[in-house]
Design a protein around this ligand. Structure first.
Ligand SMILES: [Cu+2]
Length: 97
């Protein structure tokens, strides 16, 4: 039956899209130049302007930020590039998918 095959295909497609939509990854960046609250705010603002960034959690004492992002829209390279562009070079300390 053609219609049954089409429905099956549509379901597979929808499931794939739903999974892709929800897939989030997280990366923790070490940012040695981040020394105070205004550094943190500057970096947070820049990161949140990146399409695909879902959330950020800063640890000022550890000088790290953990970023939840959608890997379909952005990448670790784009995120470190963003912080570096405003004067805060970053290195990856942990990444999960
Ligand atoms: Cu500062």
């Amino acid at each position: 039956m053609l219609s049954r095959a089409l429905i099956t295909l549509a379901l597979i497609l929808l499931t794939t899209l739903a999974v892709a939509e929800q897939a989030e990854e997280s990366v923790t960046l070490s940012i040695p130049n981040m020394t105070c609250m205004s550094c943190e705010m500057r970096i947070d603002q820049a990161l949140r302007e990146v399409d695909g960034v879902v959330d950020t959690q800063f640890d000022l004492d550890a000088k790290t930020v953990t970023i939840q992002y959608n890997p379909a829209k952005t990448s670790i390279e784009a995120l470190t590039g963003t912080t570096e562009a405003i004067g805060y070079p970053a290195t990856v300390t942990a990444a999960t998918s």
